[in-house]
Ligand binder design. Structure first.
Ligand SMILES: [Zn+2]
Length: 150
C-alpha cells in the first residue's frame, strides 16, 4: 500500500508540484482579495462614523438655532422699565448682556427690594424696576433736601 503511494508520488511528482503551486497561488489571491475587502470595509466604516458625527453636530447646531429663534420670538423689554430682558412665555427676567453675548438665559431677580439686580454670571448690576428706583431716589432726595432745608 505505502509502496503504491510512493510509486504514485514518484510518477506524478510534476503534477503534484504543479497542484501545490496552483493551490498556493489561489490561496494567495484569496488572501489578497479578502484583505482588500476588509480594508475597504474598515474605510467605509470610518467614513460612516465621521458622517454620523457630522450629522449629529449639524443636528445640534440646528436645534440650538431653533432654540435661539424660539427664545428671541418671546423676548421683550422689561415691562418694569429695567435694563434686563423679559421672557414672556416663561415669565422670567434674564440678563441682557449674557443673552446678547453668549445666548445664555441667566435669570435675574431684584436685589433686596432695591429696584436693582445683579447677574450671577457676568456680575452686571443694573436697574430691575425703574419705577421703584425712581421712587427710592425721590424719597432720598426729599430726605436730603429736608436735611439741608433745616
Ligand atoms: Zn449676565
Amino acid at each position: 500500500m505505502i509502496k503504491n503511494i510512493m510509486l504514485l508520488v514518484k510518477n506524478y511528482s510534476g503534477v503534484i508540484i504543479a497542484l501545490c503551486t496552483l493551490c498556493t497561488l489561489i490561496g494567495g489571491i484569496i488572501v489578497f482579495f479578502v484583505k482588500r475587502v476588509t480594508e475597504k470595509k474598515y474605510k467605509v466604516k470610518q467614513e460612516n462614523d465621521e458622517l454620523k458625527k457630522k450629522i449629529k453636530k449639524l443636528e445640534e447646531e440646528l436645534s440650538n438655532s431653533e432654540y435661539i429663534r424660539n427664545v428671541e420670538d418671546n423676548i421683550q423689554g422689561s415691562p418694569l422699565g429695567g435694563t434686563c430682558l423679559y421672557l414672556a412665555d416663561r415669565n422670567i427676567y434674564i440678563c441682557t448682556v449674557c443673552w446678547n453675548r453668549n445666548k445664555e438665559i441667566i435669570t435675574v431677580f431684584e436685589t433686596d427690594d432695591t429696584g436693582y439686580y445683579k447677574c450671577s454670571s457676568c456680575q452686571l448690576e443694573s436697574v430691575f424696576d425703574k419705577g421703584k428706583v425712581e421712587h427710592i431716589r425721590n424719597i432720598n432726595n426729599k430726605m436730603w433736601s429736608s436735611v439741608y432745608d433745616d
